[in-house]
Design a protein around this ligand. Structure first.
Ligand code: FE2
Length: 296
């Protein structure tokens, strides 16, 4: 069974065109393969106030956008245009390069309203960093959702309570959105060789088992504890399953993936293994070859 080895607190950061996100500290250093977990909002925008991320590039990893409230529109260098509505998931593999914009939908921008969602960056192993870019989109109507005994779960990647996601990932990834009523329990299986973590964004849960502290690459001096509350990211010890109990009505993400054990060189929206590869990404972006839709 997995226990909590560390609670990573969050801070609020301004992103993109000026929207606020809640982000765990030191992401990218604490838990491979996740580079970033940004909770966008929740925020209530007035008419004409909503903000997004204007045109920008990515190379070397994947961005997962999951919308809970609001409406977004995206467009990219490959000519793809689409929108995201509550419950929709967009799993974008930037691979060797994509340039895109992620903005509030024009109608949402005009009317305003509540915006809430996540963008999670998943690292790619060196062998896949320069793969052909791809999108996997799961509209809310096709989303694997399971509901029983006071637990609701959307399986974005991986498996939960017998439901599986069709998202294809280069490395095994689990990403589950769970809502629990007060005083119910969920036992989630996670392959024991994967890193596991839980991000709580509503209420409070506890992990019910013994703590088995493993050697962690970045000890931070935060006392291990079993309670996880709103705005905390819990890093979990090794083990085959997580035994979660809701202390109140609660909402959280369960994340898991492998330790990549590869060097990370990061410069803004580029995440590679070496400084030379970062220089190349910047050069390619500057001379217009980062994202080439004619290349196979
Ligand atoms: Fe982006």
């Amino acid at each position: 069974m997995r226990g909590v080895i560390e609670i990573v607190p969050t801070h609020v950061v301004r992103e993109g065109g000026g929207f606020m996100v809640r982000r765990p500290f030191r992401m990218g250093k604490v838990m491979s393969p996740f580079l970033l977990i940004d909770e966008m909002g929740p925020v209530d925008y007035g008419p004409g106030e909503a903000k997004g991320a204007p045109w920008h590039p990515h190379r070397g990893f994947e961005t997962v956008t999951y919308l809970l409230d609001g409406r977004m529109r995206h467009e990219d260098s490959e000519g793809n245009i689409g929108e995201l509505n509550p419950g929709d998931v967009q799993w974008m593999t930037a691979g060797r390069g994509i340039i895109h914009c992620e903005e509030p939908h024009e109608e949402f921008f005009r009317t305003g309203g509540k915006m809430h969602g996540f963008q999670i960056w998943v690292n790619l192993p060196a062998a896949n960093k320069m793969m052909k870019p791809r999108y996997q989109e799961v509209p809310v109507s096709e989303s694997p959702v399971v509901e029983q005994d006071g637990i609701w779960a959307r399986v974005i990647a991986g498996e939960c309570m017998g439901k599986s996601s069709n998202i294809d990932t280069k490395i095994p990834i689990t990403l589950i959105h769970v809502k629990m009523e007060k005083d119910v329990s969920l036992v989630q299986q996670i392959e024991s060789n994967l890193n596991g973590m839980i991000y709580v964004f509503g209420g409070e849960i506890s992990i019910e088992n013994e703590i088995r502290v493993r050697k962690h690459p970045m000890p931070f001096g935060i006392e291990a504890k079993q309670q996880i509350k709103d705005g905390e990211l819990a890093l979990l010890s090794e083990g085959g399953e997580i035994n979660i109990r809701s202390k109140s009505s609660s909402e959280f993400l369960i994340l898991a993936g492998p330790e990549l054990n590869e060097p990370i060189e990061r410069y803004g929206p580029f995440v590679m293994n070496t400084r030379e590869e970062i220089h190349q990404a910047v050069l390619d972006y500057q001379n217009g070859t980062l994202a080439n839709k004619n290349e196979e």
